[in-house]
Write a protein that binds this ligand. Sequence first.
Ligand SMILES: [Zn+2]
Ligand SMILES: [Zn+2]
Length: 261
Amino acid sequence: MRRSGDRPPGDPFAVDPYTPREIRFHLVGSLLNGALWLASLLWLAAAWRAHPPAVAGVALAVLAGVFAADLLSGTLHWAFDTWFDDGITFIRRMVLQVREHHIHPGRIFKIHFTQDAGTLSWIALLLTAPVALGALLAGAASLLAYAVLAAAVFNPLLVFMLEFHKCGHRPCGPAWVKVLQRLRLVLPVRHHLRHHSGNHDVNYCLINGWADLTLGRLGLFRVLERLIRRLTGAEPQRDDEEWFRRFGRPLPRSGAAGGDG
Ligand SMILES: [Zn+2]
Ligand SMILES: [Zn+2]
């Protein structure tokens, strides 16, 4: 968790080492979320021993959990690419990590899983705890038990989303990963490289790209951009463009909001 990647001296993406307070924040988030995930699975096992679930319900819940995790991975990525900058202290590390990834995509492999797992665990915890609480109150026989399964699938996928992202940068990955990529269960390299080959405004999703192929193609992120621009007056991708200019690499369609795909 302490590592911030080996960067050359004076590198603009270098960040300070993690403070003890930040490490505690990551650890507490990871432990609480891990405990919630385990408790949810134990509750589900007990609930469904007494009230066996429908197979179709189980399948739908698994698909919903995977899709929701992919969609949130893309939404977080889109938000960091489009709206944030390193002047926001709380998210400075993540903004710099995202900007660095666009300039030096290969450096992603220097970023250890534990650097982001704590933050992602907090997000997963805040989103899945209400589902668990609702199911606990509604009882084992309720339809909310399926929501608990969806949340149990969603949770680890979100926490590990940057490991899935690394698969999208590994053309020579292990054979079993390639099979999963071919089946579109894991982010395919060709799909993700489209994000890096243009204006960084397509194929944001990092787990398997299902949400890119559906809501992304329907224009979800462009609609959100128009809405936010109208409400705040902010222009999308300003900070990302600025970093590219600093490295003498203007974006191909600077300032334009391209299509999803
Ligand atoms: Zn990438
Ligand atoms: Zn990006």
